[in-house]
Design a protein around this ligand. Structure first.
Ligand SMILES: [Zn+2]
Length: 267
């Protein structure tokens, strides 16, 4: 076991969303997060969430939140819950997002290395479709989220850059034709691999993730006015530095495994 004190799990994300929205979780999924469910009970009683914005920044570690807390101001001030979450091993992108959206551990969803096969297990997206909901994934071409959830009867927008993803996300939110909007931004991860986790360049990308989450959240609030809604800031794993001023992740260490998830519920 790693030296982590996190008792909440990334595998709880899928069932948290399905419980909030009132449909069956993917088969075998971990249980919903009790704190988010308690908040929903206070906010909505038995009524269910009608719209969800799920923002997936890549590699935003818990330690970044602890050390650069002020940079998270746009996230903290616009959400209601900041929850310590334990990721899964190996702590690399396709493994972690597969666990987040299937609710399964890696040995059960089958992605146990940096490979991007299309998942055959049930995911949040399959569960949503079964329940008559309309999900969309907006992500950069070729990245994990763009690959492993393919071949569902749902909408996808694959873009060249995170900025382009966010532009499309604004348009999709404004149209309000989807119940679940997933947006992936891998810019911090890309940069920290090249120049280190705390390089000026990487920190700029972290600031972008915070600002862009706030921008998308405000767009959702405007487009979804009057509806019961949720938004969440959901990274996949953390990161640490290695020799040569480079960043990395994938190990069973707190820097890679401990992440923070933010949630907001509103009407
Ligand atoms: Zn990642």
């Amino acid at each position: 076991m790693i030296k982590s004190n996190s008792s909440m799990r990334i595998t709880q994300t899928a069932a948290t969303v399905t419980a909030l929205m009132g449909f069956e979780p993917p088969k075998g999924a971990d249980v919903p997060n009790e704190i988010v469910m308690a908040a929903a009970q206070k906010a909505f009683g038995e009524e269910k969430v009608e719209r969800a914005l799920l923002y997936n920044p890549d590699a935003i570690a818990m330690w970044l939140y602890q050390k650069y807390t002020k940079l998270f101001t746009p996230i903290v001030t616009n959400t209601q819950m900041a929850l310590p979450i334990l990721s899964v091993m190996p702590s690399v992108t396709p493994v972690c997002f597969a666990s987040m959206y299937s609710g399964l551990n890696p040995e059960d969803h089958g992605i146990q290395a940096y490979v991007k096969p299309v998942l055959s297990c049930e995911t949040l997206f399959d569960a949503a479709l079964k329940a008559g909901k309309k999900p969309i994934i907006i992500s950069t071409e070729g990245d994990s989220i763009s690959e492993i959830f393919k071949e569902r009867e749902m909408d996808y927008i694959f873009c060249a850059t995170p900025a382009e993803c966010n532009q499309h996300a604004l348009e999709i939110l404004a149209k309000d034709e989807h119940d679940i909007v997933v947006v992936y931004n891998g810019n911090y991860d890309t940069q920290m691999h090249r120049t280190g986790t705390e390089s000026v360049e990487a920190i700029e990308e972290l600031k972008k993730n915070a600002a862009d989450f706030e921008m998308l959240l405000h767009a959702a609030e405007q487009a979804w006015a009057g509806k019961r809604c949720m938004a969440a800031f959901l990274p996949d794993h953390g990161c640490h530095d290695i020799d040569g001023n480079l960043g990395s992740h994938g190990l069973e260490m707190p820097e890679d495994m401990d992440i923070v998830h933010f949630y907001k519920l509103w009407k």
